[in-house]
Write a protein of this length. Sequence first.
Lengths: 393, 163
Amino acid sequence: MTTDTETLGIRGGTPIELPTIETDDGLETEELILNMGPQHPSTHGVLRLVLKLSGEKVVECVPVMGYLHRGLEKIFEWRTYHQGIRYADQADYVSNMLNEHAYTGAMEAIGGIEVPRRAEYLRVIVDELSRCASHLVWLGTFGLDVGATTPVLWCFRDREEILDMFEEICGSRMNFNYYRPGGLLYDFPPGLLGKLGRFLDRFEKHIDQDYVTLLDQNEIFLERTMGVGVIPPDIAKAYGVTGPMLRGSGVDWDLRRDRPYSIYPELTTVKPVVASEGDAYARYRVRLGEMRLAIQIVRECIDKLPGGSVRARLGHVWKCPPGESYYTVEGAKGETGVYMISDGRSPNPFRAKYRGPSFVNLQILPWLLRGRLVGDVVAILGSIDIVLGDVDR
Amino acid sequence: MVLSPPRSAIDIVALAQHVRAAVGDRAVVSVLHDLVVIDVPREGLVDVARLVRDDPATRCDLYSVNAGVDTGTGEMRSVTFVGGTTTHAFVMLRTSCSVEDPHVPTLSGVWEGANWCERETYDMFGIEFDDHPDLRRIFLEESFPGHPLRKSFLPPRSDARGG
């Protein structure tokens, strides 16, 4: 086995030596280097993990990223403000509406644009549906990771209905391009709210009956998630972990309540779901609870939905005034933020930084895997919920 | 109508006053929407960061992100966002360096999460974070020429510039 970094392909990394280690039973083992990905189905995209193993234990894990790097932030600088919305879609491609909200919100914060109330309510509805769509993808693929193959089919049945409704709303199933500075592109089509209400009833039943039965009563699932990948709260905070992972570690932190945006302060149903164990099972419970919470929030929004226009009048040519802002939304995976700077002259943003929650959450992986069994790698990585478009941008 | 900029849940002006008194003449403190903005020269960055983390009024324990900025005038900035989960204080730490001498101190000793975020800024802007434990490129290969998010770096015509 060669030891030079060229062969391992860790770009610019320090050379990995291969010391011999004494195991408990006195047998000498040599450290083994295992290459996982970038085409491994359990890495959820093109992530590559270089694992240093000693027997069944992981000694060190070096994630290698960048296979999906598209230069998103450079593209923002070379596109107008409006064109950038469509590129923000691509960052986390399973919860697109939330990315658009962060990008549009940063623009509106600089411009001081007021958004009609109806538009904000509709925004919250599509945000929460987008969150459900993202959690459903996670639930299905996490089931696959730990050996349950049925949930993915059932989850995609519900996700399919959400995407069908998004198609009716904005004409697209994936890159929606629905947000605009000062509101939304269109109002909901007639009849959609009734359809949405009926879907929510079905969806709620599916969560409480199907998913809970399939996973919570599955011995293998419980064995593989309980007590696996425990993150203590202070470690989670120091690593910048946000979203369901942070709440799964017992930290009651949700930007919808703690850095309020849009009309979330007016809603009575926004009660963050928190679990204190910090393991993969706690994260599963938090995400399941967030889907139930999303149903409540959407129902409240439908009840309170005001009338009126969905887009503020900004004139034919809207020019962003000079200034800067950092706007965050509680994304499906954590804090989705956009730091935007406008110089007031150019039609393009001077600088737009997109904070991908998956990227920052993934950072804790080497810490989590140190000393764990190699069989837990897939379960721990799966419980983080990464999307490589969001990691690499 | 709903006004968009994030609204602070706490008295942001009083908090800024408190931070201004605490940092003294080491930094300039201002307010942007619901953020306390601290402009600090790079020599004092780590001290002020520790203060923001440990002061009971801010207690910023949650690291958010680091963003590089190339102003196009020979000045480059490293902007760090942090938040306090108990105090609801959001702080933006801004420091700057020149293109000729692109060095700022790392904050990975203060917040563990700064590690990868600063590596990304190094990769994209070429800002070198002194004393960083693992400063190498994170997305691009080591042989990539230049740092793509600098204003002097022009993308190929057909690509990001849109034909």
